[in-house]
Write a protein that binds this ligand. Structure first.
Ligand code: HEM
Length: 440
């Protein structure tokens, strides 16, 4: 296979290979990166932060100070079958196997976007196998339908492992090595001895892939859901043509961490998979109309968002005054913006942002979609944000606004899956019991 050698093509090979998966895809990646080494991890994983999801300090930041997510993401939805005769509850032997496998990743790859960051979460269905319940400090209801306009499939696998890196060959190598297929079982990962394999304790039920970063959506827009004339701007990190995740509009990792109880340092994670249908987005809207629907009609009118939104710096411009005036905005413009609407539910009593959003694009199944992970102390906080985004109150008061029309971006996005997960602190991440016991 002849591989192009420009940097843009290299990123695209890395993206395509992860979406395809398997040993041949890993080989294609390795040719594209031409032996460029990936930094190894720590000798002693005990030195790593206890908050599994505390990635930000180790990731790149842009000039304005916003976190830049790794370019490639792998979401492995996992099933734990347990050992026969143990009622499906995890054994200490399995805890040790899982701990060894996770530590293998941490020894093999630097915990950064140049290496690999990851977190492992458990679903309510996982905890159902135990007689005891989770402590009150962990709010983890089963996933459910959260908008009036979508009927998603509920993800009820036992666990979700999300891995992210600028080097998809690292993600593929982890998958190939820790879930070995047949006789080919490499003994090392990035030059580090394998001491445990995920395949010894988990089965992969579903494999989803994601990517983000300027240029990648434009280069990968030849899929369902995007018009054939290729309208996605080269500078856009996301298919809809704008930047998201500004520092001032994101919760800090510390503030989404559970504060008390056996799982202090853990958090909850909601993950939606959202199909995008962007023909009308690109065919019907001018730049100003896009800004109105994604941010706020008031920001559109003042010309606040230029191009993909780099000029915004570290703040989307969605102020408390703006979202407090949303009823007036709806009256005047007959339209409300996605961000201003959702932000109404996204502040605590002191005005701090409640959720940490880390969404990335996908071309799985040859259709444009978005993986939308959101971290918050309690799942009920995410549900409140989603309710604010639904805008049911605004729709009820404004004849011009329908649940899917002129109501932010609802016309273009369709929720296909929803899952809720609990991310235990690192020290309790190996098959936790509801009381917090594990063998690590
Ligand atoms: C294709 C789907 C989506 C796209 C392209 C998108 C994009 C954006 C953009 C550009 C902003 C403004 C900049 C920022 O603060 O990041 C924003 C804000 C926001 N989005 Fe989305 N979003 C999507 C789906 C969702 C979903 C499903 C939720 C779930 C409730 C959500 C929750 C929020 C919240 C809470 C804010 C406001 C942040 C604040 O409090 O200021 N978004 N989104």
């Amino acid at each position: 296979m002849t591989l192009p050698d420009t940097s843009a093509s290299r990123r695209d090979v890395l993206k395509a290979a992860l979406a395809t998966g398997g040993a041949a895809a890993l080989s294609a990646c390795l040719e594209a990166v031409d032996d460029e080494p990936i930094p190894q991890g720590v000798d002693d994983p005990e030195t790593l932060p206890d908050r599994q999801f505390a990635w930000n300090d180790s990731l790149d930041h842009d000039e304005a100070g916003n976190v830049v997510l790794p370019e490639h993401h792998l979401f492995l939805y996992l099933t734990y079958d347990g050992e026969a005769g143990n009622d499906g509850t995890p054994t200490d032997a399995d805890r040790e196997r899982l701990t060894a496998a996770l530590r293998t990743i941490e020894r093999a790859y630097e915990r950064s976007n140049r290496g690999v960051v990851f977190d492992l979460g458990y679903s309510p269905a996982y905890f159902d196998r135990f007689e005891a319940s989770l402590p009150e400090s962990v709010d983890l209801p089963p996933p459910r339908r959260l908008t009036p306009v979508d009927t998603p499939t509920l993800d009820e696998q036992d666990a979700l492992l999300q891995l992210a890196s600028d080097r998809s060959d690292a993600l593929l190598a982890i998958e190939e090595t820790l879930f070995p297929d047949g006789d080919d079982t490499p003994e090392t990962l990035n030059g580090v001895a394998v001491t445990g394999r995920l395949g010894e304790v988990f089965r992969i039920d579903d494999r989803r892939t994601g990517f983000i970063g300027p240029g990648l959506p434009a280069a990968n827009q030849g899929v369902g859901g995007i018009p054939e004339d290729g309208p996605v701007p080269d500078a856009a990190p996301l298919f809809m043509g704008f930047k998201a995740g500004f520092a001032a509009n994101q919760a800090s990792e510390a503030s989404v961490a559970i504060e008390d109880g056996p799982f202090a340092g853990g958090t909850t994670k909601h993950v939606a998979r959202i199909r995008q249908q962007l023909d009308k987005w690109y065919d019907e809207n001018s730049h100003e109309e896009m800004v109105a629907k994604l941010f706020s009609p008031q920001l559109a009118e003042s010309g606040a968002v230029e191009g993909v939104g780099e000029n915004l710096g570290d703040d989307s411009g969605i102020t408390a005054e703006l979202f407090a005036a949303i009823d007036e905005t709806a009256d005047v413009f007959g339209l409300v913006g996605h961000a201003e609407k959702a932000a109404r539910g996204n502040r605590d009593s002191e005005g701090n942002v409640r959720t940490l959003r880390r969404h990335v694009e996908s071309t799985d199944n040859d259709n444009a979609s978005l993986h939308f992970p959101s971290y918050q102390q309690q799942i009920s906080e995410f549900e409140a944000v989603q309710e604010a985004m639904n805008g049911t109150d605004i729709v009820a008061d404004n004849p011009e606004i329908d649940p899917r029309v002129r109501n932010g971006i609802f016309r273009y996005i369709f929720v296909e899956n929803r899952g809720n997960f609990f991310i235990p602190p690192r020290s309790r991440r190996a098959f936790p019991t509801p009381q917090g016991g594990d063998a690590a």
